[in-house]
Design a protein around this ligand. Structure first.
Ligand code: PBG
Length: 338
């Protein structure tokens, strides 16, 4: 065997990138992105009743909870270091209507859950509330429709303003419009200011795509069977990327405090572009279909849940996110807490 010499030779790399990967302490020292429980927002589904847990078949491990049980989930989240929960109601069928008026009923499921969590947890955890009409309409669309089923923009925005102000009055900390109507962020912001809700934040679902990954969520809020047609006339075309930047620019100009990209993993490129172009907090929603995909892989023996959950969530941090909405939030936070 010939001895290596110090003379320059193409067989000796300028550096060996494996050197810093050799040991755990060294990998920890050079790690660029760290996931913590503070990066997680936990979506929760609310249902009527007391002491109720209703498992959602297409989201194994996820349930709808009655208001008393939602409070317990919020306390668990707080105790695990999760800063915020996101609430979604499964409105009883008899309260769904063509115009979704239940959305701005101050005693609806959403408002009762907000008040109950605030009573129990005060400001130790944030409450993010979804603004859109789909859990309240008899047709499952996010807005008001005309005779042809087309979702009307400005009429819908007026309804969303009522819904947002109702939620703020109940104690919501972050209003999160997920409807994709034009102009809703500015109109909601003005209404919040007029109502003296100066410190209620808006997280805009700014770049929300017309995605095939929302199916299990629609089961959870009970809108899947009701929905006629699709949401392509308001949610974004998955083929577009420049358009996402225009959406984000408009929402920021209208007063959004933070923006969201949704779904998550198939849209990491959008997150990176948004983060590179705008100095605002960016959040991702790892949506129901993504969660279901991971759980299906685990159930098939094709993947290790804990490793997959932490790897996917860390990838959102790497792409530029300040945080992630994920149904795995409590599980991930507990893993991170050790
Ligand atoms: C509707 C809404 C949807 C989700 C959040 N808000 C579904 C849709 O647009 O049809 C999806 C979340 C998920 O799939 O986890 N306003």
């Amino acid at each position: 065997m010939t001895k290596p010499t110090l003379t320059a030779s193409p067989s000796y790399p300028a550096s060996r990138l494996r050197r810093t990967r050799t040991t755990g302490w060294s990998r920890a020292m050079v790690r660029e992105n760290i996931l913590t429980p503070a990066d997680l927002i936990w979506p929760l589904f609310i249902t009527e009743g007391k002491g109720v847990e209703e498992p959602v078949a297409s989201l194994p491990g996820v349930s709808r909870w009655s208001v008393d049980n939602i409070v317990k989930r919020a306390q668990e989240a707080r105790d695990a270091g999760i800063p915020c929960v996101a609430l979604f109601p499964n409105t009883p069928t008899d309260k769904r209507s063509e115009n979704g008026a239940e959305a701005s009923n101050p005693d609806n499921l959403m408002c009762r859950a907000i008040r109950a969590i605030k009573d129990a947890c005060g400001n130790d955890i944030g409450i993010l509330t979804d603004v859109a009409l789909d859990p309240y309409t008899s047709h499952g669309q996010d807005g008001l429709i005309d005779a042809d089923g087309y979702v009307l923009n400005d009429e819908t925005v007026a309804a969303l303003v009522d819904q947002a102000v109702t939620q703020a009055e109940a104690g919501a900390d972050i209003i999160a419009p997920s409807d994709m109507m034009d102009g809703r962020i500015g109109t909601i912001r003005r209404a919040l200011e007029m109502g003296e809700h100066h410190n209620v934040q808006i997280m805009a679902y700014a770049a929300k795509y017309a995605s095939a990954f929302y199916g299990p969520f629609r089961d959870a809020v009970g809108s899947r069977g009701l929905l006629k047609g699709d949401k392509k006339s308001y949610q974004m075309d998955p083929a577009n990327s420049d358009e996402a930047l225009r959406e984000v620019a408009m929402d920021i100009a209208e007063g959004a405090d933070s923006v969201m990209v949704k779904p998550g993993l198939p849209y990491l490129d959008i997150i990176r572009r948004v983060k590179d172009n705008f100095a605002v907090p960016v959040f991702a929603y790892q949506v129901s279909g993504e969660y279901a995909m991971i759980e299906a892989a685990v159930a098939a023996g094709a993947a290790d849940r804990d490793a997959m959950v932490l790897e996917t969530l860390t990838s959102f941090k790497r792409a530029g996110c300040s945080g992630v909405l994920t149904y795995h939030a409590l599980h991930a936070a507990r893993l991170l807490n050790g």
